[in-house]
Design a protein around this ligand. Sequence first.
Ligand SMILES: [Zn+2]
Length: 71
Amino acid sequence: MPQAGGRGAYHEVNESIRGLATAGAAIETWEFFCECDDVHCHLLVSLTLNEYDARRAAVPALPILAVHHAA
Ligand SMILES: [Zn+2]
């Protein structure tokens, strides 16, 4: 499935950040990158690992977005 624009890169970065987290830290807050469609956006989004995983587990998966940003 093709990725739109270059925003897939942030998805990969976010997955890497998620990979750094340990299993016992599900309620810790981590900084993830906004995955909106603005190529100039470099905002960070604070999410707990539980919140991040819930977005990734959704069908279809929900992007990580800053407030007022849209994918
Ligand atoms: Zn954004």
